[in-house]
Design a protein around this ligand. Structure first.
Ligand SMILES: C[S@@+](CC[C@H](N)C(=O)[O-])C[C@H]1O[C@@H](n2cnc3c(N)ncnc32)[C@H](O)[C@@H]1O
Length: 206
């Protein structure tokens, strides 16, 4: 299971990626546009918040944030490194959040571990918990189909197996629209190094 995998890698993930170092400028700019859409002081749900590094980032840009994640190990790191962040163990396909109660939802590299059916569920859940006019952003690796990505961690002596679902940006745009989310912009960044992954970001509004 993916959450078990993240429990194994949680401490390494938190220590290697304490901040937004892995993000390309285009991704950071997209997050800034999301923050502007949400509005100063708005409340954001970080859906698949992991160790809390992105919650910390949007907090530094003026938002309030709460997080959910399936992995208790990742949330333990969020509590260690970002003790202000309120979190709950939950799946992004069934959010423990009241309807219309948040101004924004972030799926920052968290829909990458769910199949298309669950992606639709997660986006419908985002639409349910957002106030009217609220913003939603998804970041993900582009391409097609599931890949086994545990190898990257096994190099560090961490024995995990994880499937990652790569998706074309057009496909994500289509799924947003299907869930009733109006797409404001989408980004399709080619890989910056050989053998790397392309990155997609879709920003929408209810
Ligand atoms: C690549 S990490 C990204 C974490 C964080 N958003 C970041 O950018 O650092 C993927 C995260 O999604 C979480 N995740 C995977 N499937 C999930 C699901 N169905 N519900 C909630 N969280 C999930 C994992 O536990 C992990 O913390």
């Amino acid at each position: 299971m993916t959450s078990d995998g993240y429990d194994v890698v949680a401490e390494a993930y938190a220590n290697y990626f304490p901040g937004m170092g892995p993000e390309e400028p285009a991704e950071l700019e997209a997050l800034e546009r999301f923050v502007a859409e949400v509005g100063e002081g708005g409340l954001v749900l970080d859906a698949g918040c992991g160790t809390g590094r992105v919650a910390e980032h949007v907090r530094s840009l003026g938002l309030r944030c709460v997080g959910v994640d399936l992995s208790p190990g990742m949330l333990a790191m969020a509590r260690r490194d970002h003790p202000w962040l309120q979190t709950a163990v939950a799946t992004i396909t069934h959010l423990p959040i009241a309807a219309g109660s948040v101004d924004g939802v972030m799926f920052w590299f968290s829909t990458i571990h769910i199949d298309d059916r669950d992606l639709d569920r997660a986006l419908l859940e985002a639409a349910r918990v957002l106030r009217h006019g609220g913003a939603v952003i998804a970041g993900f690796q582009t391409g097609d189909g599931p890949r086994e990505v545990g190898e990257g961690y096994r190099e560090f002596g961490l024995d995990v197996r994880m499937l990652r679902y790569h998706r074309q940006v057009a496909r994500m745009v289509e799924r947003f629209e299907q869930a009733g989310l109006w797409v404001i912009e989408s980004i399709d960044e080619p890989p910056t190094k050989e053998g790397g992954d392309g990155i997609g970001v879709v920003l929408g509004r209810l």
